[in-house]
Write a protein that binds this ligand. Structure first.
Ligand SMILES: *Cc1c(COP(=O)(O)O)cnc(C)c1O
Length: 385
């Protein structure tokens, strides 16, 4: 049997992710190139303004950076995380989070997740809190939104900060309020496969203007350049350097593409929701194939998954691949990786279990009825073959 991860060359293949690149994005790239100021500049400011408006941020500030990973790294540094500290994260999370923790010099502590939502299990997280705990990372998985009130309560009770990884949830709401408004730090990712893309990019939401100004320096290798100058496609040749920094800024070209994605964000979210509901309607009731249950009105879905029995997962993925339907794994749990295997960890039974059951199936912002039917029919035929 072929390896489910090497099926990509086939014809009529439905990938797990397809970015929505249309005329607008080509024009945006062209405009940015023609403009000639390719680095940090006016489009970045426009993109920050657009995303800030869209997220309906109240008393909060944003800074666009080069990747979601960079946003996590900078956010943890702003939170004061460093050597000797511990950061609690679900083991069921993106590698970018784990590596960002390591990059600050702090230690990773793994907790478990909830079996229905794959979001953080707060009892598990709370059981791992010590005097060294500085931050707890909460992330919204796939089509789910965490219990952010509970996150707040746990953080307040123990005097720790929350870093909110909302990479899967750009445009989702919690109790009617857009994500980004709940915690000290929230990040979004605009990598090639996310709900919207800037090819690569990230956004960090912070609560104070002062932190935003610090981010302006930190993302420009510590150069004390005024963002307000660079936003006019200009730069200063003399400046001070007074803080640790990285080359983490977003560039004009990327922001320009992001702006063209933002112009159709409502359609993107609406169509992704519609596709998910179609899956829900047509994949419900299968005996060995569990589908997510969520409040679609609150969710801007990034990723759709099904759960299948662990001992059938490889066969399931191979079968789908052979019938032109790509699948993905989000994710291998963090504590399975060599680099993180010795991190302090809670009982991770749920993570172990779902890490062997979950399969991501195709979800794009623009899927034809034919494609949706191909996915549904193929999944059903695996169980009826
Ligand atoms: C994509 C993703 C990241 C990392 O973002 P990049 O832009 O790829 O660096 C972090 N966390 C989660 C949950 C993600 O899905």
């Amino acid at each position: 049997m072929s390896n489910p991860d090497t099926n990509q060359e086939k014809k009529n293949f439905v990938p797990v992710f397809v970015p929505l690149i249309e005329q607008g994005e080509f024009k945006a790239a062209h405009d940015a190139l023609e403009n000639g100021w390719l680095g940090m500049g006016s489009f970045v400011q426009d993109f920050e303004q657009k995303t800030k408006e869209f997220l309906e941020l109240e008393d909060r500030y944003v800074a666009a950076v080069s990747t979601g990973h960079a946003a996590i790294h900078l956010g943890l540094l702003l939170a004061g995380v460093g050597p000797g500290d511990e950061v609690i994260t679900p083991s069921f999370n993106n590698i970018a989070d784990f590596q960002a923790i390591l990059a600050t010099g702090a230690d990773i502590v793994f907790c478990d997740v909830d079996e229905d939502t794959m979001c953080i299990d707060f009892d598990s997280a709370e059981s791992m809190i010590t005097d060294k705990t500085k931050v707890m990372i909460v992330m919204d998985y796939g089509v789910h939104v965490c219990d952010h009130d509970r996150a707040r309560q746990v953080a307040e009770k123990h005097g720790i900060k929350i870093f909110h990884d909302a990479a899967h949830a750009f445009g989702s709401t919690y109790k009617g309020v857009k994500l980004g408004n709940q915690h000290e730090y929230t990040m979004f990712s605009f990598d090639p496969v996310k709900t919207i893309t800037t090819i690569d990019g990230g956004l960090l939401v912070v609560k104070t203007e002062e932190e935003m100004y610090r981010l302006h320096e930190m993302r420009l290798v510590g150069m004390g350049q005024r963002a307000s100058t660079m936003y006019q496609n200009k730069r200063a040749w003399t400046y001070n350097v007074s803080s640790l920094g990285f080359r983490y800024h977003m560039a004009n070209m990327h922001a320009s593409i992001g702006l063209s994605q933002m112009a159709k964000i409502d359609d993107i979210i609406e169509s992704r929701r519609k596709h998910c509901r179609y899956y829900e309607e047509h994949l419900s009731g299968l005996e060995h194939c569990q589908i997510p249950s969520t409040a679609w009105d609150e969710v801007a879905p990034f990723l759709y998954y099904v759960k299948v029995p662990a001992d059938q997962r490889d066969d399931f993925r191979t079968y789908l691949g052979e019938h032109g339907v790509d699948t993905g794994l989000h994710w291998q749990p963090g504590h399975w990786f060599e680099l993180f295997e010795n991190c302090r960890k809670a009982d991770l039974s749920v993570t172990e279990k779902i890490g062997q059951e979950l399969v991501s199936i195709p979800l794009h912002s623009s899927m034809s009825q034919e494609t949706l039917d191909q996915v549904v029919t193929t999944i059903k035929s695996f169980w009826n073959k």
